[in-house]
Design a protein around this ligand. Structure first.
Ligand SMILES: [Zn+2]
Length: 302
């Protein structure tokens, strides 16, 4: 006779522990199941294969700009509906729904902040808002950011995360933003000032064909999709198979379209390194508070 009774487990009396929904996600590249907290701690980079998940504009600013130094500009600008566009959704409805889901006014955040104590002007597009497409507000905010950087004689950093190019809801008004942003960058360049373009997944179409493609230094995150037209459309047009990795950062670096590929964890340090190397130091008027001028010496009367 057995000394202890044996408890029987079966499917009926064992309680299944449910994994709470939303704690895990799957890598879009290697399909690994990743604990979401681990992903966030790793700057949204897959710990298994290094795939860079998209960051939104606020997360990108938190990543690059010194804590507490960012001052947003022109946040009151909102799109109007010049064409009274009607489709499955009107433009006004689309704007409203994306404003609600993202908390943004439009597909860009721009403002001034410091990178390791150096003042810069920064603009970041957000692919969640109508694919990050360049409507009038995106073009105007980026142009104002560039012009302000020129006036203050500080570098401008533009981070692109836009799968869309022109915003069809605004027709020709959207196309004009390409020329407008590039004109402002040309004046910035004539003033001898620095523009760093940072390309993230995806940077396509009218964004890549304007401000994103004309940086003094163009950096890209690994394996980002970068190009003008999507690979499928090109294949259908030229009736040829495209090479492997076509329109990815690594292919573009090899063919001279971009200057460097930088892992997300190194991005801030690398941008700072370029600013430092090019001697883009702040003017006295914009010098950060961390670099105080010593007070004049007073005679010792004691
Ligand atoms: Zn992965």
């Amino acid at each position: 006779m057995a000394l202890f009774g044996r408890k029987h487990f079966n499917l009926l009396n064992s309680k299944k522990k449910d994994i709470p929904a939303g704690l895990w996600t799957q890598c879009k590249d290697c399909s690994a199941t990743i604990y979401k907290k681990e992903l966030v701690d790793n700057l949204s980079v897959c710990p298994k294969c290094g795939y860079h998940f998209a960051l939104n504009a606020r997360e990108r600013i938190d990543l690059l700009i010194d804590l507490g130094t960012f001052k947003e500009r022109d946040q009151d600008l909102v799109s109007v509906d010049p064409l009274k566009f009607k489709g499955p959704k009107t433009y006004k409805e689309k704007l409203h729904s994306d404003q609600k889901s993202t908390g943004l006014r439009d597909a860009v955040i721009s403002g001034e902040g410091n990178i390791n104590g150096r003042p810069v002007m920064i603009a970041v597009t957000d692919s969640r808002f109508i694919m990050g497409s360049m409507g009038s507000v995106v073009g105007e905010r980026i142009t104002r950011a560039i012009e302000s950087a020129t006036d203050k004689r500080i570098p401008v950093i533009i981070v692109s995360g836009s799968g869309g190019g022109a915003r069809m809801y605004e027709g020709v008004f959207s196309l004009m933003q390409m020329a407008k942003t590039c004109s402002a960058l040309a004046r910035h360049n004539e003033a001898g000032l620095l523009h760093i373009s940072c390309l993230t997944n995806p940077t396509m179409a009218g964004i890549m064909a304007s401000f994103a493609g004309v940086g003094d230094i163009i950096m890209a995150e690994p394996r980002a999709l970068i190009g003008f037209t999507g690979p499928r459309v090109i294949e259908q047009t030229i009736r040829q198979k495209l090479p492997a990795g076509f329109q990815q950062s690594e292919f573009l670096l090899e063919h001279g379209l971009i200057d460097m590929i930088v892992d997300r964890k190194d991005l801030k340090a690398r941008i700072f390194q370029v600013i430092d190397y090019t001697g883009m130091t702040p003017t006295a008027a914009t010098a950060p508070a961390s670099d105080p001028v010593p007070p004049p010496e007073t005679p010792d009367n004691s």
